[in-house]
Design a protein around this ligand. Sequence first.
Ligand SMILES: O=C[C@H](O)[C@H](O)[C@H](O)COP(=O)(O)O
Length: 231
Amino acid sequence: MSVNKQNQSEIEKEAAAKTAVSFVRDNDIVGLGTGSTAKFAIEELAKLVNNGLKIIGVASSIKTEELAVSLGIPMQELGKTSHIDISIDGADEFSETLDLIKGGGGALFREKIVASLSKNRIIVTDSSKKVEKLGAFKVPIEVIPTAYQYVVNELEKLNGIVNLRYKEGKIFISDNNNYIVDVDFGLIDKPQKLSESLNQIDGLLAHGLFVSLTSKIIMAKDGQLFTFSKD
Ligand SMILES: O=C[C@H](O)[C@H](O)[C@H](O)COP(=O)(O)O
């Protein structure tokens, strides 16, 4: 990406994130996403908290927890949370049907739990994330190491090309001490069907296809805001 394109994408991410934060109300329990776009939302929320907004944050990753705590946002453990009023998170790809691919940063499992607990699920993105059909971005899948080879076999039966994720020369380990595989299924015609097939595989903890888990997507492009929602 050229420097200008990169700047443009950062500007778009920030604009979308700040808009999403305007939906947060006093006393909300707020799900905090992971990644470079969610980070803008967390920083904006922290400013409001320091000016008196009363919220409790719930983090979708260790990195987000550390950031939110360092900025002074009061936090509650995900495992002790039964309800989230609003969550704000990023995505790696989205379609106008509000289906997403997430997990580029490896946080998909906790992000899915946060989204599942949330009443109002807002996704914030720059314009590079919008696609006609999901699938150019390989689907991140979290795998319990003991089941690794079995899960690979099952993913190959679904015509997936499986790549174990590495970081800095070492196998990437998720916040939950599992592996991540990035799986190329080609362009995905039926995300719901693929999601259901993946959900059947023992040892596959979570996959990055988010279907029916989004209320609204806020995308910024060329200084304008675009909103995608079911209603
Ligand atoms: O695991 C990471 C998350 O799903 C992120 O929300 C996703 O990768 C988008 O990240 P970014 O906002 O940095 O593009």
